[in-house]
Ligand binder design. Sequence first.
Ligand SMILES: [Zn+2]
Length: 221
Amino acid sequence: MVSKRITPEVAQNDPDSFKSEVLQHMGTTTELGALAWNLGVNNGTVDPSRFVLNTRSWVSQSNGAGHLVLGTQPMSEGEKSRLLFHGERLSYLDEVSRRLLHELGHGALFLARHDTNMHTVRALTHSVRVQTGNAHGLSALGSMPFYETPNDKSIEDTTELLTMRMVGKDHFDDYMAFLRDPRYEAARTSSGIIALGDTDYLADTVNEALSEALSKSQSND
Ligand SMILES: [Zn+2]
């Protein structure tokens, strides 16, 4: 149920409607987005009163302590398809929802950072960055020059893996196929993504890490 056509202008003129439409869209079109939002609110990584819009660019940010900035300018078509897996299929509302989900992914990573599986995903993404001299990793977003150190890049890689799983199991499985299928070599290379021979271990660990993170939601209810 979309009561208002959501555009970058709505973000400027009516930020409250914009935020609630994006939140509702994210919750209804992704498998785990609503749970991730509740996880953040229940554990203090998202404070709804400090959820604000950045209407000047698509750059978004969250600090793990409740402050969340959501960028509302659209990516160019090129950025969208290069930086987001299957990004070319996303509407404007899908794209903004995806960014919100990514920020919630940072919160999930933060909350579960001491858990074994999350720690393993972090170690994996980091070692890929170190082994490739920082040139390649497990996500296109992490390969943006904006992120410089292997640590910063692998935090984005980890967050993107969590985000893709939160979108849905099929989407995540498609991305795992993208990582290992030789047919996508050119697309991977142009996005700074490494090839994996086997993705079962990565997929299992991301799944476990995310369920552990989301299970923390009940603790403060
Ligand atoms: Zn990020």
